[in-house]
Design a binder for this molecule. Structure first.
Ligand SMILES: [Zn+2]
Length: 195
């Protein structure tokens, strides 16, 4: 299975499935902002400040627990159902150029999911392959192999000249899978030239 780290969803799978972030995430974040504001209004050293600080810690803890539960369920399912899992090797430094994307990816806890996939693969005797992040997985047609030159992040769906209409993320996940299986077969890393 190929996995594309999401912008609009947590991850998109090469099967076409899109997995959303844990529910409540937005509401939790709003609540967190509220208790943090309340904390900042309390006088330093006061008993109320200590209480407010404890409240912030509780909200933080609950958000982290939910997110982790969600990632555990997802990673266990993916590893159980697949012998080979291919992920894109996303480097954080490549992401900071686009802050919205960086935020989406950190929100999505992508690195935590990947860590879980890797150690669970060890438990179940599965293989996790990371493919080079320079591979133009979004811009290559997973059906005919043609490549489009430009594909802005806002474009979520595109039509290849071969006639196939792609969901951007599903197409990327399929390409990631294809590259990963090649890597697996050759026992060697694939490093296409940087454009
Ligand atoms: Zn095509």
């Amino acid at each position: 299975m190929g996995i594309d780290a999401g912008v609009t969803s947590l991850v998109t799978l090469s099967t076409g499935e899109k997995v959303a972030n844990a529910g409540h995430e937005r509401r939790d974040r709003e609540r967190l902002a509220r208790v943090q504001r309340a904390l900042s209004r309390k006088a330093k050293g006061s008993a109320n400040r200590a209480k407010a600080r404890a409240r912030v810690a509780r909200v933080h803890g609950r958000i982290a627990d939910r997110r982790r539960d969600h990632l555990h369920q997802l990673s266990t399912r993916i590893i159980r159902e697949n012998q080979t899992v291919v992920v894109e090797d996303l480097a954080v430094r490549n992401m900071v150029r686009n802050r919205a994307l960086a935020r989406a990816i950190s929100d999505a806890s992508w690195s935590e999911l990947r860590r879980m996939l890797e150690y669970k693969a060890g438990w179940y005797g599965r293989e996790v392959i990371a493919v080079d992040r320079w591979y133009p997985s979004s811009k290559t047609c997973s059906f005919c192999g043609a490549r489009v030159e430009v594909l802005p992040l806002t474009v979520r769906e595109w039509a290849c000249r071969c006639g196939v209409v792609h969901d951007r993320d599903v197409n990327a996940a399929r390409n990631i899978l294809a590259v990963g299986l090649t890597v697996s077969a050759c026992g060697d890393g694939v490093r296409p030239p940087r454009s």
